[in-house]
Write a protein that binds this ligand. Structure first.
Ligand code: HEM
Ligand code: HEM
Length: 183
């Protein structure tokens, strides 16, 4: 029988990352607002940076795993153009999920700021101190972050359209997050 659902590992990683990303983006957007209470801002920065590092580790694990485990074939209910758009969106999201946290890391370390989790483990900075580099990384983090948000919004819209309106089985390829067969 042809496999029609993502494996448990793929679904587990997808939903674990989705939860962390959806908790990280609002923190990133709120913490840069002017006039924010100082201790709330500090808390959000610590939270955002450290969840961001966790996401960077998870995306590396997920990409390595994904390259060795091809996804199930696209359902025949999708037109070729829909399948191409979905594939392009997925590749772009993977690329941005890699680029955005790396730019965040460079922005913080080149700027001379702490990343509490890595500092506690005595992991040295992988980039030199440089205000110019920090500024470039800040711009990349911002621009690529906004693009990622737009793609995620499109992606969630499409997933809900398939799950709620069309009910064509595309949603259950990635659902439930755990269990439901296919290792
Ligand atoms: C997938 C992971 C991440 C996402 C989706 C994300 C997203 C965002 C967003 C939307 C903002 C607000 C827009 C802006 O002003 O730049 C932001 C700001 C910020 N993020 Fe992230 N981020 C991620 C990972 C990280 C990591 C790993 C770090 C550092 C270790 C980091 C550090 C920062 C900093 C310092 C800011 C404030 C930018 C500034 O004004 O200097 N982010 N992030
Ligand atoms: C929040 C951040 C999210 C990100 C970054 C993300 C990313 C991805 C990626 C990269 C894939 C392709 C998997 C692969 O082929 O390797 C995928 C598939 C999928 N995602 Fe998400 N996702 C997110 C949230 C969601 C949410 C909230 C839903 C549902 C409402 C959803 C539903 C799906 C479905 C149904 C698929 C399978 C599509 C197919 O048939 O190929 N995703 N997602």
């Amino acid at each position: 029988m042809t496999q029609s659902r993502y494996t448990g590992t793929a679904r587990g990683l997808h939903w674990l990352m989705a939860v962390f990303i959806l908790l990280t983006i609002p923190a990133g957007l709120i913490m840069v607002q002017p006039g924010l209470d100082r201790s709330l801002q500090n808390g959000l920065f610590i939270y955002h940076k450290n969840i961001g590092v966790l996401l960077l580790i998870l995306i590396v694990v997920r990409l390595v795993w994904r390259l060795r485990n091809p996804p199930p074939a696209k359902p025949s209910s999708l037109s070729p153009i829909q399948a191409r758009i979905a594939e392009f969106t997925h590749i772009a999201m993977y690329a941005l999920l890699f680029l955005v946290p790396i730019a965040g890391y460079v922005r913080v370390k080149a700027g001379g700021f702490p990343i509490e989790s890595l500092d506690a483990l005595s992991i040295p900075s992988l980039v030199p101190r440089s205000e110019a580099l920090a500024e470039i990384a800040k711009t990349v983090h911002y621009g690529a972050g906004l693009l990622l948000i737009a793609l995620i919004a499109m992606h969630i819209g499409a997933a809900l359209f398939h799950g709620v309106v069309k009910q064509d089985g595309v949603f259950s390829r990635m659902w439930p997050p755990v269990g439901g067969g296919t290792r």
